[in-house]
Ligand binder design. Structure first.
Ligand code: AMP
Ligand code: ZN
Length: 112
């Protein structure tokens, strides 16, 4: 998708602090971190939001990628949070499907 920010990150057209790539997924550091570990996991193909996701294997791959990433980042044991914002009420600001992987501090509930 030509004007999509995260498609450009996936294509290397916009610099990002990439931490893991593979299995059609890319993980990079969030530019405005909300926790000591705050990574974004995106599929390298364009999907606008969870509402548009048609391929369950992509969703499964995102979750297992985030789970493995948490292990590699050393936050799995203490715990972490995976967040998937969808559309305006969900707080989604970039219309390319992504998971937030947050860890390194205790999380609070409920979310804002
Ligand atoms: P969301 O609000 O769920 O759509 O999340 C979008 C996230 O992308 C926010 O947490 C932003 O801080 C992050 N973000 C926006 N632009 C960039 C960028 N160029 N590189 C890394 N993270 C970004
Ligand atoms: Zn995109």
């Amino acid at each position: 998708m030509p004007d999509c920010l995260f498609c450009k990150v996936a294509a290397g057209q916009i610099p990002a602090a990439v931490v893991k790539r593979g299995d059609g997924m890319l993980a990079f550091k969030d530019i405005n971190p909300q926790a000591p570990t705050h990574l974004l996991v995106i599929p390298t193909i364009h999907v606008a939001s969870l509402n548009e996701a048609r391929d369950a294997s992509v969703l499964g791959a995102m979750l297992t990628f985030a789970r493995d990433l948490a292990q590699e980042q050393g936050i799995a044991q203490r715990g972490y949070r995976v967040v998937l914002n969808t559309n305006p009420d969900g707080g989604q600001t970039v219309l390319h499907l992504h998971l937030h992987l947050l860890g390194g501090r205790p999380m609070t509930w409920p979310p804002g």
